[in-house]
Design a protein around this ligand. Structure first.
Ligand code: NAD
Length: 458
């Protein structure tokens, strides 16, 4: 079915109000959960085919988050969808005021390849919970994961309610020509701009979940062993192909060497990088990205890793030292297993350097001194992050997840996801008992004095 017919079909289904009742939404969320549980092995196999990733890591970084989101939506939907009474201002008394959440309509979700399930399915779950119809376009680069999502969803849900449209640039472009009620995009900044422009033609609102260079600050008083462990985990998870992965480390000069030694020791211990690399170490998605990443490696600055196994598209976890902000590796988001380390002596100047660059999607600080942590958190604008950890903030669905500036616009997860696909309709219900003559001409100075007292009150 072409994009135009598909959107028409879903818009008609939405217009007939089928998706609005909570019963419909809950039943479909439950059905979706069962579908995923019943086909978990196929989901694992597809990710293995795309990335060589283990079941454990696929559960940890993909399915657990999808189930968590489904369970949150099932549990909290009645609360999220509730009509909310609010105070009525003096000028409208007697009367009542309320906010009515309503679904937007037919929405498009465009996913990225690095976590094919969670980046596509979590927004789709939020959209269904909010009462919309959904067209999902996963990334064509993670082909097997896209195929299994299409197969499972398209054979179990009616096309006019929830449908996966597979494809690459041309299929996405065709979808983007249609009029949607919301577009939720996860991916790169350049494609984010294409999506934003296409949406503007129809005045369609968007959520853009983009990327950027996410820094890690390591302060001199940090717990060094824990810091090294959590940076190494967050960076090399999924071979660095994580939107919120630590992109680079800024460490205080006084502990730089200790941190480098400890991170190198951990890389050796965890990934066994000597010859073949540990089984299930995630591979780079394709040759183009493999070549791009290998070119970023500066052998003179590499203290561990620095090489790859081209036939398997594997790149060894790589740490580079003595990097400055002008080094080529600092130009764009790395999105691979290469960790540049910059040493600093003055926190203020390094904050200023980071602030000169686009606002990051994530930022992490390791340390104890609350004044310095506070300084970093308040002076730098970024999407979200963690103190004394990396990546884990996105697993708490009570924390809205999203970027700011060029790292994205809008957010999701938990109730924030529900809100992203909901319009909040405001209703004032007036009593017909009285109508103050104040509103009507003829106007005079006494009326103006009363009006000023009445209307300016909070
Ligand atoms: P991408 O922008 O290349 O692709 C994303 C989606 O857009 C895919 O579905 C793809 O088919 C489609 N697309 C690609 N080119 C297009 C075009 N010209 N016109 C229309 N559609 C097009 O991104 P990617 O390589 O899949 O993902 C990597 C990027 O995504 C990184 O920058 C990463 O930081 C970011 N990302 C962000 C988040 C987040 O939550 N903020 C999560 C994961 C990835």
């Amino acid at each position: 079915m072409n994009a135009h017919e598909l959107v028409k079909l879903q818009s008609e289904f939405f217009a007939a109000d089928h998706t609005k009742s909570l019963k419909f939404r809950q039943a479909n969320l439950l059905k979706f959960k069962k579908l995923l549980k019943d086909n978990e092995q196929k989901l694992y196999d597809a990710i293995y085919a795309d990335f060589g990733k283990s079941e454990y890591e696929t559960y940890e970084t993909e399915l657990s988050l999808v189930y968590h989101e489904l369970n949150s939506a099932l549990k909290y939907l009645p609360q999220w969808a509730k009509i909310q009474k609010v105070t009525t201002n003096l000028a409208n008394l007697p009367g009542t005021s309320s906010i009515h959440p309503e679904p937007l309509g037919t929405v498009l979700v465009i996913g990225a390849w690095n976590y094919p399930y969670q980046l596509s399915l979590i927004p789709a779950i939020s959209a269904i919970a909010a009462g919309n119809t959904v067209i999902l376009k996963p990334s064509e680069l993670s082909a097997k994961s896209s195929e299994i999502m299409a197969h499972l969803i398209n054979t179990n849900f009616p096309t006019d309610f929830f449908h996966v449209q597979e494809g690459g640039v041309s299929e996405t472009a065709e979808l983007l020509e249609q009029k949607f009620d919301k577009i939720f995009f996860t991916g790169s900044i350049p494609v984010g701009k294409i999506v934003y422009q296409a949406a503007a033609k129809h005045l369609t609102p968007v959520v853009l979940e983009l990327g950027g260079k996410s820094p890690v600050f390591v302060l001199p008083d940090c717990d060094l062993k824990m810091t090294a462990k959590r940076i190494v985990w967050g960076k090399f998870l999924n071979a660095g192909q994580t939107c919120v992965a630590p992109d680079y480390v800024i460490v205080h000069q006084s502990i730089k060497q200790k941190l480098l030694d400890e991170m190198s020791r951990l890389v050796r211990e965890i990934f066994d990088i000597g010859t073949e690399l540990k089984e299930n170490y995630v591979r780079i998605i394709n040759k183009k990205h493999y070549d791009r990443l290998m070119q970023l490696i500066d052998n003179e600055k590499t203290i561990i890793g620095g090489s790859g196994i081209e036939s398997k598209l594997l790149i060894r976890p790589t740490i580079m030292e003595n990097i400055d902000f002008e080094h080529p590796v600092m130009a764009d988001e790395i999105f691979g297993p290469i960790l540049p380390v910059i040493a600093y002596s003055d926190l203020n100047s390094v904050i200023v350097e980071v602030k000169k660059r686009p606002k990051p999607l994530a930022l992490y600080v390791f340390g104890k001194k609350s004044r310095d942590i506070e300084r970093i958190l308040t002076r730098i604008s970024f999407g979200g992050g963690a103190v004394n950890d990396t990546v884990m903030h996105l697993t708490n669905s009570n924390l809205p997840f999203g970027g700011v500036g060029s790292s994205g616009t809008g957010n999701y997860h938990g109730e924030a996801g529900f809100k992203a696909f909901t319009h909040y309709k405001s209703i004032l219900e007036k009593s017909t008992l009285i109508e103050p003559p104040l509103k009507y001409p003829p106007y005079n100075s006494t009326k103006l004095t009363i009006l000023k007292r009445l209307l300016e009150r909070p």
